[in-house]
Design a protein around this ligand. Structure first.
Ligand SMILES: Cc1cc2nc3c(=O)[nH]c(=O)nc-3n(C[C@H](O)[C@H](O)[C@H](O)COP(=O)(O)OP(=O)(O)OC[C@H]3O[C@@H](n4cnc5c(N)ncnc54)[C@H](O)[C@@H]3O)c2cc1C
Length: 537
């Protein structure tokens, strides 16, 4: 196995067997032999190291992070084979869990010396395969770096380690009347480091902005093992010069490993009014969303569920939502008490004008929490109505919600598959859940094909292939349909400025159509995988 990896090298298209081992320069094209790679990477260094050195690596990593935080046994590595994108699995060579920035830097230096690709990992809840391992590579996980380092109320800043769980920030702040605004539905388990890498959103990002609007500084370990601070690291003022913090947020773990983060914190609003409204179909619900936003109201959140999503949510969480409706909206408006009251009344009037069947307000905090639990548990709730599902993440103009949902329903009918929709309607950020049964031959492939076609519909309406889940491995092949070759080459230049050898997350984000047999569409096993020489699960 190790011998096999020593002979392998990477190009933009994945693993290839070189005709003869050699090192590449970053600018060398076609190093993989496909003759067409725009960014063939230098980093065949594995072909340059001797195999006995590989066998010593676990002990060398253990010397940095401790033996109990170093994993190389196949049974231990299985835990790290995939993230939330369960359909793709690759076993890493080694997993390490450092406890400090210095340990992360030392691990990066050793991995680089050994020619190992590095995949940063938070909680592994990502849905686009961003934390999917690279065969023969190392996972550097942040699950030991969970501390809240400082809370600075006068400057409304908080400094945390990357493995801190999103919700723990707000829990720590609550006694002071503050909170951390971005609230992905996975917030009880996902990490701030993962949020930074994915520029995560959440229901309440409509009014308050995504992660990028709340991270002001970060400490980063770059591919040469250097420790650099970007953004307003001292937490007190905006950084001068280029917005490097903006570059790092959303970079999907390709530019370095974030080891400390300074975030903005906000006062908990004086009042929040929650409204639950049902509609005959997604047409009326979509029209209500457009009417509310175009009237000038900016709700803190406005989320939509269609009939199938409501069925699953009711079965899983026990909310008493009606099952005989076509769609529901769950909305929060907040601010000063008088403002929230006035805005809620105006929004309710618009919902009625658009054909709302029933409008409810929760009786108390417990009922409000249950309503939001229903919404935030929606993905997991799909298990009640389908053995498997593929969650898609695309963006469209808000005004086109109804038309796009009709097209998505048609795609489902054509493929003989059900599609549930539960999404951030105010942002036009769709999450169609394509339901399938993996035990039925061909259904998984049909579901993946439908999920891909949904992205094409989003692009046709002027939208995007991702709103918040990232491109990762899953959607890399669609990025070329959204961006021109020049755009992608420019993005590669930015990446190369941080990581010239492409050590971090080498097979993520950038598309490789036409190259090395990697074409958009269903995954086709590499001959080496087919021979069982390298694993995918
Ligand atoms: C049920 C469910 C609901 C979800 N709801 C939402 C939602 O509402 N909004 C939303 O935006 N997302 C949502 N997600 C997706 C996911 O939770 C987010 O993308 C989250 O930010 C991932 O965090 P993580 O800690 O799990 O990161 P991981 O999955 O471990 O990693 C994600 C990416 O970040 C990189 N990374 C992780 N840590 C670091 C670091 N310290 N430095 C550099 N790179 C790093 C990884 O390499 C990978 O590319 C949901 C997922 C699930 C399963």
């Amino acid at each position: 196995m190790l011998d096999m990896f020593a002979r392998l090298r990477w190009c933009d298209g994945g693993l290839t067997e070189p005709s003869e081992p050699r090192n590449f320069t970053p600018s060398e094209r076609g190093a993989c032999g496909c003759g067409d790679c725009p960014g063939a990477r230098e980093w065949a260094p594995r072909s340059m190291i001797d195999v006995p050195a590989m066998t010593e690596l676990p002990a060398r990593f253990a010397a940095i992070v401790g033996a109990r935080n170093t994993f190389s046994a196949p049974s231990d590595l299985r835990t790290y084979e995939c993230d939330g994108l369960l359909g793709m699995r690759i076993r890493p060579e080694i997993v390490v869990l450092p406890g400090s920035t210095d340990e992360v830097a030392a691990c990066v230096r050793l991995a680089r010396e050994a020619g190992m690709p590095i995949v940063p990992r938070g909680a592994g809840t990502g849905l686009s395969g961003g934390a999917l391992p690279v065969a023969g590579g190392i996972i550097i996980g942040t699950s030991r770096m969970t501390r809240i380092l400082a809370i600075d109320l006068p400057n409304r800043r908080m400094r945390v380690q990357p493995g801190a769980i999103n919700l723990d920030l707000s829990r720590a702040l609550a006694p002071s009347g503050y909170y951390y605004a971005p609230d992905p539905s996975s917030q009880s388990v996902c990490t701030i480091g993962g949020n930074v890498a994915e520029n995560s959103g959440g229901a309440h990002c409509l009014k308050y902005g995504f992660t990028v609007n709340h991270v002001v500084g970060a400490r980063l370990v770059t591919s040469d093992g250097a420790i650099v601070d970007v953004g307003a690291w001292d937490g007190s003022a905006d950084a001068l010069g280029y917005d490097l913090m903006g570059v790092v947020v959303g970079s999907e773990g390709l530019l370095g490993i974030v080891t400390e983060i300074v975030v903005r914190i906000m006062r908990i609003p004086e009042a929040t009014r929650t409204i639950f409204a049902t509609f005959p179909s997604t047409d009326e619900a979509g029209a209500a969303v457009s009417a509310i936003i175009s009237s000038g109201i900016v709700p803190a959140a406005i989320e939509m569920c269609d009939a199938l999503a409501i069925e699953a949510i009711v079965a899983a969480t026990g909310v008493d939502w009606p099952l005989d409706v076509g769609a529901a909206l769950l909305m929060d408006v907040d601010g000063l008490a008088i403002e929230a009251e006035h805005t809620a009344d105006a929004a309710i009037a618009l919902m009625r004008d658009c054909g709302a069947i029933e409008i409810r307000a929760p009786r108390d905090a417990a009922e409000r929490a249950l309503m939001w639990k229903g919404r935030k548990s929606a993905f997991a709730a799909m298990g009640r109505i389908s053995p498997n599902y593929h969650v898609q993440d695309g963006v469209i103009p808000r005004k086109d919600i109804a038309a796009v949902l009709r097209e998505i329903a048609q795609l489902g009918r054509d493929a003989g598959l059900r599609i549930a929709n539960v999404f951030h309607a105010g942002d036009g950020n769709l999450h169609p859940l394509v339901l399938y049964d993996a035990a039925k031959t061909g259904e998984e492939a049909r579901a993946e094909a439908v999920a891909g076609e949904i992205l094409r519909v989003c692009l046709r309406y002027g939208g995007s292939v991702t709103g918040e889940h990232g491109v990762g491995r899953d959607k890399a092949c669609y990025l070329g349909e959204q961006f021109s070759a020049d755009d992608l080459a420019t993005m590669q230049l930015v990446r190369a400025a941080f990581d010239p050898l492409g050590i971090f997350n080498p097979d993520k984000l950038f598309p490789t159509p036409r190259l090395c047999g990697d074409v958009p569409g269903r995954y086709v096993a590499h001959p080496l995988e087919a021979r069982d020489d390298v694993g995918r699960g």
